[in-house]
Ligand binder design. Sequence first.
Ligand code: F6P
Length: 258
Amino acid sequence: KIMNQLLGVNQIEKQLAEYFGIKRCVVVAGDSDEQPKVVDEFGEALNEALMQLLPETQNIIAVMGGTTMATVAEHLTNLETDTRHNLFVPARGGIGEAVTVQANSISAMMATKAKGNYRALYVPEQLSLATYNSLLQEPSIQEVLGLISQANCVIHSIGRALHMAARRKMTEEELLMLKQKNAVAESFGYFFDEMGKVVYKVPRIGLELKDIQDIPIVIAIAGGHSKAKAINAYMKNAPEQTWLITDEAAANVILKGV
Ligand code: F6P
């Protein structure tokens, strides 16, 4: 609190962007762990960022799932112009979430709000490797994977490693392995330790972490004091073009030194 009064939110945004070595941070007042309306404000900030960042062309926007993404999706407004058209696709398929917060649902919701189009990627959970591999040969899946690989914008969230492992019903062995490797953060189906090093990857189709490096517009959205450690870990090695939309509570913990 005191620090914010002295520095102001703009100062905090600058400090945080500098600390992570990324393009921009948007810091919303409050703590999303305690005030759900903070997440609505993330949505408004995302909408403004997209208005500003999306070029006047055919854009392909790859999105991840989760509850933060589900809420921010509701806040998009018409992002179409005569020369700007937006196609929303899931960034990765089937990483184990409830239907309402799956990347497919979020991409559909975003497209509806933004008056754009969307394409779903249908890959069921829990497939045998053989079925999985033959599914990958399906032309309809190949087509969507082709679109995903051409994304010029990606929007994602960041979660706590063990929380996400439990939410995805990963096995006891996997949980133990994540603990042993000191996993603290999860994003895109990858798990990271405190240094931002990948310690485990859920093998799924779609965007790979290395692909994100070359995507011109990258927006990460996560907040709440409980996620400070996870955000700090993931953002350490995040691509430098990343914009982070977060809240004061997470920013303060991070800048104090998690
Ligand atoms: O599972 C998709 C995902 O975006 C994860 O990559 C991330 O860790 C998580 O959801 C965030 O979920 P929430 O917004 O519910 O905390």
